[in-house]
Each structure stands twice: as structure tokens, then as C-alpha cells.
Design a protein around this ligand. Sequence first.
Ligand code: SAM
Length: 264
Amino acid sequence: MKHQARKRFGQNFLIDAAAIAAIIAAIKPAPGETLVEIGPGLGALTRPLIAAGGQLNAIEIDRDLAHALQQEFGDRLKLHTTDVLKFDFAALGSDLRVIGNLPYNISTPLLFHLSEDTARLRDIHVMLQKEVVERMVAAPGDSEYGRLSVMLQYRFEMEKLLDVPAVAFDPVPKVDSAVIRLIPWRPQRALARDEAQLARVVTAAFSQRRKTLRNSLRKLIPEPVFDALDISPTARAQELSVAQFVALADYLAGHRVSAEENTS
Ligand code: SAM
């Protein structure tokens, strides 16, 4: 099919057979599994996924591409022609294996969207901009460690699988890519009492990442609380583990409850 790549949909199609084979080998799709491909495009990953015999759902925003895919794969592909950020994954059941060579402009919101309901996910394999993958797997103390690392490491065990150079795509993008695997923690480890408080404290700490926690969290955490939690008030956000952020969030959750109790 002749298709003019649409920039607004982040269309860079995989054309390198070795990269495609390496991604499929990492996923190991098997018959009986519920596979969900995000942004199938011209079908580079769709074809081998269908050949592996799983039941394949695909979510594609581009109507022309969706039409062509449906023509090619017929009943073997359950196509949802919509924006994945608005898609309700609950409609597909559970134990989902999500796969995608993602448009880079939506990769972070999409990962947060998938984080909302990890109970129905078996795993996720996605191709992303290499720098984003490096931020996701960064450890405390690394310069790339930030909000994305903490919020995703809280939910998922993650492993970078392979690098994919820009020349593996058509059109050639400006950046290199990498494939990463995310598996939801089972059971969820270090569960925060209130996840909204976790998001709040992580966002506040990293929005002023050069400041000490004493300063960046001044409005949220009274100084003696740092000592009680064995966290140095002169540390910076970049040095804190996920568990330490959870401890700060739990303080906020408890503090909020007691503040509400005091007023009742
Ligand atoms: N998977 C194909 C491949 O590897 O060659 C295409 C990858 S291309 C980087 C991204 C694909 O995601 C395109 O087909 C694009 O139309 C689709 N897409 C972009 N934004 C989307 C969205 N919000 N929801 C669903 N699909 C989207």
C-alpha cells in the first residue's frame, strides 16, 4: 500500500527485518494469548504477531491505515480505530500483552494511562525514544532519574531489551530508539496508602530538582518528619528511592486524614 507518513501521528515505520525479528523474539507471542498492538501502522509487527497465533487487537488512530490493515488481515485482527489515550483497555479483558512502536509524542501519557489499570496487564513491550527508556530505568543518583522513573518503577519491573537505530525506520526519525519490557509488580510492592499523594510529592520534589528536599517540599513535609523517616532533608529528589517517596506520600496521606479528623 502507498501511504504518505503523517507527521502529526508520529509515523515512522519499521523496515528493518532484523529489528522486527528481535522484537518478536523478545515478546515470544504464543497461541491463546490476548495481544494488543498500539499503532500497527503498515503492519510490520502485526504480521508476525498474527502469524504467532495469538488473538490480536490493534488500536490505530489513522483511518486510512486501519482500513488497509482490515483489508489485509480480515477476521484475524480486531481493529479499534481510535485514539489510544481515550481507549478503555477494560473492554479487552485481562492478562493483556500490550505491544507497540509508539508515536513518541504520546509515549509518556500513554504509559501513565496504562499505569492506571495494571491489574489487567500481563506485560508491555514498547519501542520508545532511547532517552525516554534510559529515564525510565534510571536508578537513584543517575542524572536521568526523575518523575518518570519513580512513577513507573513504582508500578512496573522494567528492563531495557534492545537499541534500534534511526535507520531501521522509514522515514528516518531524528532520534534513536530502544525497546523496553514492563511487567506490573505482583504483588504490588511498597504500595502507597494514597497514590494521589505519591504523585503530588514526586512532582513537587522533581519540579525543583536542584533544591534540597527541605526546600522543594517545604510546603508539604515539616522538617522533623524527614528525621523520623530517616531521610536527609539536605538530599535532593534525585537521590531518593521509590520506597522513600512512598514513605513521604504515606506521611502526607496520614497527615491529611488526621487534619480532616481534627476539623470534624
Ligand atoms: N507499528 C508500526 C511500525 O512499527 O512500523 C507503526 C509505528 S509508528 C511510530 C506509530 C503508529 O501509531 C502509527 O501507525 C500512527 O498512526 C499510530 N498512532 C499515532 N498516534 C496514535 C494514537 N493517539 N492512538 C493510536 N494510534 C496512534
